[in-house]
Design a protein around this ligand. Structure first.
Ligand code: SAH
Ligand code: SF4
Length: 375
């Protein structure tokens, strides 16, 4: 006897506008239904066709037969006294990803840090995600699902003056440009007016430098760009970011220039520089960095290294970090230090995820420091 399984329903959550329009045409409906349903999903946070009252009852019933709106499961949700909120999400195969919403500017800015992969294959020597290896790419639904969950939890996006999520940074787990085919559609939904309606300046992709994919991205989107540089010479960067052996600093900076040239407005690249004690925190490093970046329209963000067991690296002292910042200042760069946020929920969150699975707990050691100063 052969077991029969029910046909899998199509998940509309990660579907692009074009895909959704095609779906409606395929069931004999007009294309504009796609915009209506997108609004329900992404603006209202709705996952129940029955509630979509501007669709006929017959269409609602038909949709429920062929499709579903399935977001990641929320395993843990917590908020800290400084207003940082976190969600630990369970995705399709039982893996976990963490999404963090960081308030800034007296509540005017709420930046969501989104993951693109479970683990990462690029193995940067100072990164706990890199050390855990690569498990898999997240689907577009799982990527946009992180924004969907956060927004649902904070409130619907009807009032554009008071958005639950004002900025997104692709700085969670994983290398977004190694999951291009899912990251780009998800980012398009972040920008779409019937999606999350964010301006391209408020959506940032952070990359360790997958040069060919950066060129491809520039042909399709002009979101804000953050480059994880961390070293101003190839010898040191080869050790910190092994991908540098394939795409060296010069080729990466050239790609940044090409990207900026394709942007439809004046734009700067954010250079992320994780400051590691005695590795890249000396005056000579500041000087080398300033010289290297002379030609590139950019701002530098300093991230104090977040230690994790057996990393072999240490975080710089507060004084050393300030000295490094001062050297850069004297060389013409105002380089903000990204401060640690949400400390008081880390323990609870870490314990919980630790009980479920160790991977996410290690990742959170650096995710907690993320606070990009995007517009
Ligand atoms: N893969 C992408 C995006 C995710 S990492 C990238 O590398 O850009 C997000 C940021 O956190 C990167 O700048 C990364 O270099 C930094 N980071 C990783 N591990 C860190 C650690 N232990 N301490 C401080 N920053 C870290
Ligand atoms: Fe991957 Fe980014 Fe970590 Fe490097 S820093 S291992 S690219 S997640």
């Amino acid at each position: 006897m052969t077991a029969t399984t029910a046909p899998r329903l199509t998940n509309l959550l990660g579907m692009s506008r074009a895909e959704m329009e095609a779906l409606f045409l395929s069931i004999g409906e007009k294309k504009f239904r796609a915009a209506q349903v997108m609004k329900w999903i992404h603006i209202e946070g709705c996952d129940d066709f029955a509630a979509m009252t501007n669709l006929s009852k017959a269409l609602r019933a038909r949709l429920a037969e062929v499709a579903e709106i399935r977001g990641p499961g929320v395993v843990y949700e917590g908020s800290s006294s400084d207003g940082t909120r976190k969600w630990v999400l369970e995705v399709e195969d039982g893996s976990y990803v963490e999404t963090v919403l960081i308030p800034a500017d007296n509540g005017k800015r709420r930046t969501l840090c989104v993951s693109s992969q479970v683990g990462c294959s690029l193995d940067c020597s100072f990164c706990s995600t890199g050390k855990q290896g690569f498990q898999r790419n997240l689907t577009a639904a799982e990527i946009i699902g992180q924004v969907w969950v956060a927004q649902r939890s904070v409130g619907p996006r009807r009032d554009t003056a008071n958005r639950p999520v004002t900025n997104v940074v692709m700085m969670g787990m994983g290398e977004p440009l190694m999951n291009y085919d899912n990251v780009v559609p998800a980012m398009k939904l972040m920008l779409d007016d019937d999606g999350y309606g964010l301006s391209k300046r408020r959506v940032t992709l952070s990359t360790s430098g997958v040069v060919p994919m950066l060129d491809k991205l520039g042909d399709e989107l002009d979101v804000s760009l953050a480059i994880s540089l961390h070293a101003a010479n190839d010898e040191l960067r080869n050790k910190l970011v092994p991908l540098n052996r394939k795409y060296n600093i010069r080729s990466l900076l050239d790609a940044c220039h090409r990207y900026l040239a394709k942007c439809h407005d004046t734009r700067m690249v954010t250079i992320e520089y994780t400051v590691i004690k005695d590795v890249n925190d000396q005056q000579e490093h500041a000087e080398e960095l300033a010289t290297l970046l002379e030609e590139l329209p950019c701002k530098i963000n300093l991230i104090p290294f977040n230690p994790f067991p057996h990393s072999g690296y240490e975080k710089p002292s507060r004084n050393q970090l300030m000295r490094f910042q001062q050297w850069l200042y004297e060389l013409g760069y105002t380089a903000p230090i990204r401060t640690t946020r949400g400390d008081d929920i880390d323990a609870a969150c870490g314990q919980l995820v630790g009980r479920v699975k160790d991977r996410t707990r290690r990742h959170e050691r650096y995710i907690q420091s993320i606070q990009i100063d995007a517009d």
